[in-house]
Structures are given as structure tokens and as C-alpha cells.
Design a protein around this ligand. Structure first.
Ligand code: B12
Ligand code: SF4
Length: 490
């Protein structure tokens, strides 16, 4: 079977990292293990037209991934493909897992795969392969014909059958033993076209960074978090398997930086300790690694210290209301421990959580200044479909201010919703204040000016600073200068 996996085009309104899609790398790996011919088409880095590629490759099945801001581009890609080839198109990923009917009822999408995708994808490939073998004139719509019963036992999918009914099949159980999965197949990606995970790596010529997941799932259910894909049950890979993949990334693929993408990496501290020790024993600890999503502050002890913590809010009542199950004192202790161990810290804060008022957002800003991490990241609360906040907004008379899925991004200073006292004006005012007040304190300015990385990545630093500090008109005026600076460094 010829398999095609697509990451639809999507660029954030701010400059960001472009990394190979780990979910697709796993799907590519299980397809390869099945004996399929595989291509990955990442629309963020490709320079050929999708339609030309499809005409030439003639895939038997196409898989498209989609998070919320990408979903429309996913549909667009599917329409383009269908315009040149009749082929089965499956859409998966966080957005369609939260709102499967929306995509399933679109004519360009044949099947929606919900949740963790490897087993469902392989099952669908088997179904299509068998159907094609049995019927040389097979068309993608035959899959959706209730009379053919082709999809009757495929768990974890949603589709619209030809009689117009939406079929929502039962959940597929989470993969019990993650060690059974092959390593992500990066050889299907044009690796030289991606940026590194962290700006710090940009300074290294041909710097190579890779992502890795040591566990899947998260037993917590923070109200703002979109947990539509991975099961609540937390499952960990064995340290042996992780170290083996780590060694492969470092020794075979030349990784110079590894980003751990686990939602809850430090659920079992003993396991992380063991993993760290094994990395040292295997002489793999010279490659810097980061926990992209941070760790839970209530699970950070003094020996086990990383970089980033999800703090979210400076108001105790709101902290409780978001089900984070962590206290301010635990957060303070985590930062203190991390600093004591000489680690650089990152704090994630959310502006505009339900119930936030100017007063509580002020507390968040003050708490950020008190903790004083090296990097403070303030994001605008964006209620994603499938989250509890999304339900609250829709049930409690809130109002979404973004109408287009493409605008569901949270690094811009525009409020995404308002509800009660959490007005758009208050959120936007406090978001702007947060960055200014955090970064423009005299000791921070001095620190920024004396850090080597500030000057190594000057255009990027400047671009970020402009977004934070200056009004739009001024930003437009300096944009040209910024582009010149960027061109000069390339
Ligand atoms: C790393 C990461 C990033 C990276 C890289 C994104 C990327 N290309 O993967 C960066 C930093 C760029 C990023 C940015 C954003 N991210 Co992000 N990110 C993640 C993170 C932490 C890990 C993603 C990952 O690799 N997961 C592991 C793999 C194995 O899972 P997966 O990709 O979901 O794929 C599995 C299934 O979804 C499914 N599947 C996926 N696609 C398909 C397709 C088919 C055909 C099938 C059958 C199955 C299938 O099978 C896969 C294997 O099991 C997730 C959280 C998480 N736990 O997933 C958030 C997450 C995906 N991000 C999220 C968000 C909101 C964003 C931003 C919009 C944030 C913003 N700045 O505004 C941007 C969007 C940027 C963009 N260009 O699209 C949300 C998405 C919510 C939603 N409803 O869409 C998540 C779920 C975080 C959360 N818990 O809320 N992100
Ligand atoms: S924010 Fe982190 S801890 Fe909370 S539910 Fe999401 S992944 Fe789990």
C-alpha cells in the first residue's frame, strides 16, 4: 500500500519553531513496519504543490493530522487531493478528536480517527487494502456504504455513512504497552528544513534537535487543557526503551538537543531518577534535554529538577478552580529548589482564566515577578473545544470572540473569549502589562542585556520585544528594519 501522511500548513502569527510532527512520525513508523510504502508531506516545509505530489505518488490512503488552528487547512488539503485523485482520506489529531462529527460530515473527509492513532490507522490501512484487493474498482465512497460493512468493527473512528448517518464507533483502548511501538520514523521527514526546538540552538550551525515521548497520558484534568487525544491513564515506556531511542537519536541521527514532550513526565519520580541515571551511565547526558511542557510543581523535588513549570495563575481560588491540584507554596518551593540547583527556570502563566478579574490577573503578574523565572510566558486563555473551559463558556453565557478555527492560537494579545467579569478589555490590558512589568524591571533589563543569547539571536529577540512592548503602529514602522536585520544574519 502507498501511504501518504500530511501535516497541513499552519504558521503562528509570531515566529515559532517548525519541528517534525511526532504523531505523524509514529504513524509513519507503524506503516513502515506493516510493509507499506510511506511518504510524509509537511506543508510547512514542502516546496512542491500537494496536487502535483499526489498525482505522481498515487497514494492508496491519506492521513491528515489537525490541531484546532490547522483544521481548516486540513480540509483544504483534502479537497485539493480529492480534486485530482479518488483516495480514502482519514483525518486525526487533537481537534477532530474533540469535535469528530464536524469533520466526519464534510464531503472531503472519509473517516475521522479519534485519539491515539497508531492502532486505528493500521486497522484502516488493512481495511482499505483488503477492500482494494477484493474489488479492483474500489472507490473511497464504497468504504462508507453501510451495505459493505467495511468499517463495522473499526474502533475509535467517526464517519458519515452514505445514508447520511453519523457513525460514532466505540473508543479504542489506549495502547497498553508503549514499548511495542516502533521508534518515530524521522527518515521520512526532510529534517534539514526544520528549526530547532529552542532558539538557543539556532546559533549552532546545522543544529539538530529531536522530540521524544517517554510516557503518554495525564491523570489530571486541568480545565483549560485540551486532553482530547491521549487517554487519562498515564502509561510509561520502560527506561530501556527510552534510552535505546535516545541513543539512536544521539548516535545515529546526531541529535544535539532533545525535547521531551510528555504531558506529565514526572508522575513517577523514581522512574525519572532512574532514567537520568541510565542516561549518565550510557554517556548520553552530554546532549541537553528539555521538558517542553514543563513539569507539575507539586512533583518537583530537589534532586529532580528541570526547566519549566506550569504555574498558570497567581490567585489561589482560581488555581483551585482550574483543577490543577497544586498550591502556591508548592510552586514557590519548586522554583526555589530549581534555582538552588543552578537550573534556568521557565514559568507558564495564563491570563484570562474563567473568573479572572483585573485584580486576580494582577496577582498573577505579581506572582510571576516574585517567582522570577528566567523566562515567563504569559498566554491568553484560549478555550479549545473539548476542554472544561470551553463548556463553561458555552454553558454560562460566555461569548467566544474568535469565530475562525485558524485564530485559536494563544500567543497574541487578543482576548479569545469573555465571560462575566473576565472581560476582553481587562484580559488584553493585563496581558500587555504582564510582559512589560515582568521584563522591564531594571534587574531583568540588565540581565537581558548581559546574556550572550540576547545578542546571538538579536533579530529574534528584537522581534519578540517589539510584540510585547510597542504599539502596533510603531511595530509596523520598525518591521522593515527588523527584516533587514534578519536578512543580514541569514
Ligand atoms: C509539541 C507540541 C507542539 C509543538 C509542535 C507541534 C507539532 N507539530 O506537533 C509546537 C510548539 C510548535 C506547538 C504549537 C502549538 N500547539 Co501544541 N502541542 C505539542 C504537544 C506538547 C505534543 C504534540 C505531540 O507530539 N504529541 C505526541 C504525538 C504522539 O501525539 P499527536 O501528535 O497528537 O498524534 C497522535 C494522535 O493525535 C493521532 N493522530 C494525529 N494525527 C493523526 C492523523 C491520522 C490520520 C490518524 C489516524 C491519527 C492521528 O495519532 C498520533 C499518534 O498516537 C501537544 C500535547 C500532547 N500531549 O499531544 C500540544 C498540543 C497538540 N498543542 C496544542 C496547541 C493549542 C498548540 C498551539 C495552537 C498553541 C499556540 N501557540 O497557540 C500551537 C499550534 C502550532 C501549529 N503550528 O500547529 C494543543 C492542541 C489542542 C487542539 N484542540 O488543537 C495540544 C494538544 C496541547 C494541549 N494539551 O492543549 N505544539
Ligand atoms: S495542563 Fe498538564 S497537568 Fe494539566 S491536564 Fe494538561 S497535561 Fe495534565
Amino acid at each position: 500500500m502507498r501511504v501518504l501522511l500530511i501535516n497541513p500548513r499552519f504558521q503562528l502569527p509570531i515566529d515559532t519553531r517548525t519541528t517534525p510532527h511526532l504523531g505523524l512520525a509514529y504513524l509513519a513508523a507503524v506503516s513502515e513496519r506493516r510493509g507499506d510504502e510511506v511518504r510524509v508531506f509537511d506543508m510547512d516545509v514542502e516546496d512542491v504543490r500537494l496536487t502535483d505530489f499526489v498525482r505522481e505518488y498515487q497514494p492508496d490512503i491519506v492521513g491528515i493530522t489537525s490541531n484546532t488552528p490547522q483544521v481548516k487547512q486540513g480540509w483544504y488539503a483534502a479537497r485539493e487531493i480529492k480534486s485530482v485523485l479518488d483516495v480514502t482520506i482519514v483525518q486525526g489529531g487533537p481537534h477532530v478528536s474533540a469535535l469528530p462529527e464536524e469533520s466526519a460530515s464534510r464531503p472531503e473527509i472519509d473517516v475521522v480517527a479519534r485519539g491515539e492513532g497508531e492502532d486505528t490507522w493500521i486497522h484502516l490501512c488493512q481495511v482499505v487494502e483488503r477492500a482494494k484487493a477484493n474489488n479492483p474498482k474500489f472507490q473511497s465512497r464504497d468504504l462508507l456504504d453501510p451495505a459493505n460493512k467495511l468499517l463495522d468493527d473499526v474502533l475509535g473512528i467517526t464517519y458519515q455513512s452514505l445514508d447520511g448517518k453519523i457513525k460514532h464507533m466505540h473508543e479504542r483502548p489506549a495502547i497498553a504497552d508503549l514499548d511495542t511501538l516502533p521508534f518515530p520514523a524521522y527518515h521520512f521527514f526532510k529534517m534539514d528544513r526544520y528549526t530547532s526546538l529552542q532558539p538557543a540552538m539556532d546559533a549552532i550551525e546545522r543544529g539538530k534537535s529531536f522530540s521524544l515521548m517517554t510516557s503518554r497520558g495525564c491523570p489530571y484534568r486541568c480545565t483549560f487543557c485540551s486532553q482530547s487525544v491521549m487517554a487519562e491513564k498515564w502509561r510509561a515506556r520502560s527506561p530501556e526503551s527510552v534510552v535505546k531511542e535516545w541513543a539512536h537519536l544521539v548516535n545515529d541521527l546526531g541529535a544535539q538537543e532533545i525535547g521531551i514532550l510528555d504531558d506529565s513526565a514526572n508522575i513517577q519520580r523514581a522512574r525519572l531518577h532512574e532514567l537520568s541515571q541510565r542516561l549518565i551511565d550510557a554517556k548520553l547526558n552530554h546532549v541537553p534535554w528539555i521538558l517542553i511542557n514543563g513539569i507539575r510543581a507539586n512533583l518537583a523535588d530537589e534532586d529532580l529538577l528541570r526547566l519549566a513549570f506550569g504555574v498558570e495563575t497567581g490567585d489561589e481560588d482560581i488555581l483551585e478552580s482550574i483543577d490543577k491540584r497544586v498550591t502556591h507554596d508548592q510552586i514557590r518551593a519548586a522554583f526555589k529548589n530549581a534555582k538552588k540547583a543552578g537550573l534556568e527556570t521557565v514559568g507558564f502563566f495564563i491570563i484570562g482564566l474563567p473568573g479572572d478579574t483585573e485584580e486576580t490577573m494582577e496577582k498573577t503578574i505579581r506572582f510571576a515577578c516574585e517567582l522570577d523565572p528566567l523566562v515567563a510566558n504569559f498566554s491568553m486563555m484560549t478555550p479549545y473545544p473539548g476542554t472544561k473551559v470551553w463548556e463553561q463558556v458555552h454553558r454560562n453565557g460566555g461569548r467566544m470572540l474568535v469565530k475562525d478555527w485558524q485564530d485559536y492560537v494563544f500567543f497574541e494579545g487578543k482576548a479569545r473569549y469573555e465571560m462575566g467579569e473576565t472581560t476582553a478589555a481587562a484580559q488584553e490590558k493585563k496581558w500587555k502589562e504582564a510582559y512589560r512589568r515582568f521584563y522591564l524591571r531594571p534587574h531583568r533589563v540588565l540581565m537581558t542585556m548581559t546574556r550572550k543569547s540576547t545578542w546571538q539571536h538579536f533579530p529574534r529577540t528584537l522581534s519578540m520585544a517589539l510584540k510585547i512592548v510597542l504599539p502596533k503602529k510603531t511595530k509596523d514602522d520598525v518591521k522593515t528594519k527588523l527584516d533587514e536585520a534578519r536578512a543580514a544574519t541569514n
